[in-house]
Design a protein around this ligand. Structure first.
Ligand SMILES: [Zn+2]
Length: 108
């Protein structure tokens, strides 16, 4: 591997692509091999951290914050719409039981 010859922008671009690829792999494997899927996402996090970026929002919100599991409704997580207080979607990770809540904004 050549050392540090890529520009910073290029490095970030490559990092993002790798994160995408790992995400796709993790999603494909989430059901048959959750452990491997978690491993992929741990790698993705490490890559993001290296270039000082966060995981893309669309990926981050489909991962369990507790255990890093890929959240697939009806398979690895339970999704419920709750109407107590503010209407929100409660996502329960079936792997570790962590609950995440996403507020629902009604459009009028
Ligand atoms: Zn979890």
């Amino acid at each position: 591997m050549p050392k540090k010859r890529r520009s910073r922008a290029n490095t970030k671009q490559i990092a993002r692509e790798r994160v995408r690829i790992l995400w796709e792999l993790a999603r494909e494997r989430a059901l048959e091999n959750p452990h491997l899927a978690k491993q992929h996402m741990a790698d993705a996090r490490r890559i993001s951290r290296k270039v000082r970026e966060r995981l893309p929002v669309d990926i981050a919100r489909r991962l369990c914050r507790g255990c890093g599991m890929v959240l697939i409704p009806g398979r690895t997580c339970r999704v419920r719409v709750r109407h107590n207080r503010q209407t929100h979607v409660a996502v329960t990770c079936l792997s570790c039981g962590a609950i995440r809540r996403f507020p629902v904004r009604r459009q009028r």
